[in-house]
Design a binder for this molecule. Structure first.
Ligand code: HSE
Length: 298
């Protein structure tokens, strides 16, 4: 009647896959405790870590919980405790981790009536509270694990992509907040055909690289000619970090979700650690607080 879960951080977009591609990290995530109650309805009883609303309809996890609850119409209610470890506005799927975690947990307590895709649909309702639009590129890797591609939103169709055996992600999170809604507002409404061609060529190549375990092609495909030019301006020292990562052996480097976190991918733990150190050196010279971590992608 009670479940404790870990809901992982995720990286959305992955350079060339704006709003469709994502992968799951396994070292950082939120913890939640969900309890079945006799009294009907959803209640958030505790939030630790960050100052977020306890009011169910204003809370990402609350809205996601209501979505699954109203569909399932069970003869019980649920109480939610949230131990938030992922800072909101960090670009590593903070809101999505809360939304995915709560629907996963409620599904378990109900005896698993829903598929992972259905759970993602419920979680998207919560995510929309934070980002202003429904997209599943953080939700899907959180619920399915590994790399995922959102084939379509309506109806929601998620493809699970294979993960190369020895792939590591290094993240740096500068302690500045970039609101997803604002990072979306600055994007152009239309794009030149030439850029579209480059982007879909890279996205197709990246998917092929994942299927064929081709690290070289993977690195070559990690380019973003559409979103990065706008959003990188919101992230201090972005170009320096990218240069340091690539010079130290990273396969590629880009903005994690809507930023300000920056991700790099490396072929081995040894390279990933080297990349992490080089990136730390860049930010150590600034006044901005930051933290870094490296995670295997599973
Ligand atoms: N794909 C989304 C974006 C992820 O980049 O705006 C952040 O929620």
């Amino acid at each position: 009647n009670e479940i404790k879960i870990f809901s992982p951080a995720t990286v959305a977009n992955v350079s060339c896959g704006f709003d469709v591609l994502g992968f799951c990290l396994d070292t950082v995530g939120d913890e939640m405790v969900i309890k079945k109650t006799q009294e009907k309805g959803i209640k958030i009883t505790k939030i630790e870590g960050f100052n977020l609303p306890l009011e169910v309809k204003k809370n990402v996890a609350g809205v996601a919980a209501l979505a699954i609850y109203n569909d399932a119409k069970p003869e019980c209610g649920f109480e939610i405790e949230i131990y938030k470890k992922i800072k909101p506005g960090s670009g590593i799927g903070s809101s999505s981790a809360s939304a995915s975690g709560v629907v996963f947990a409620i599904n378990e307590l109900l005896g698993k009536p829903y598929s992972k895709t259905q759970l993602s649909t419920f979680a998207m309702k919560g995510e929309a509270v934070a980002s202003g639009s429904e997209h599943a590129d953080n939700i899907a890797p959180g619920i399915f694990g590994g790399f995922t591609l959102v084939k379509s939103n309506h109806p929601l169709k998620i493809l699970e992509l294979p993960t190369p055996t020895n792939l590591y992600a290094t993240l740096i999170h500068p302690q500045i907040e970039v609101k997803t809604s604002e990072a979306r507002d600055i994007l152009p409404k239309s794009i030149p055909m030439e850029n579209a061609i480059t982007q879909w060529s890279n996205l197709g190549s990246l998917v092929h690289a994942l299927h064929t375990n081709d690290y070289h092609l993977l690195g070559d495909s990690l380019q973003d000619v559409i979103v990065e030019p706008y959003r990188s301006k919101l992230i201090p020292h972005y170009n320096d970090v990218k240069e340091a990562a690539l010079n130290n052996g990273a396969l590629g480097c880009g903005i994690s979700g809507s930023g300000p976190s920056i991700f790099s991918l490396s072929e081995s733990l040894e390279t990933a650690k080297k990349v992490e150190k080089a990136i730390q050196e860049i930010y150590s010279k600034t006044e901005i607080e930051f933290y870094t971590f490296t995670s295997k992608i599973n």
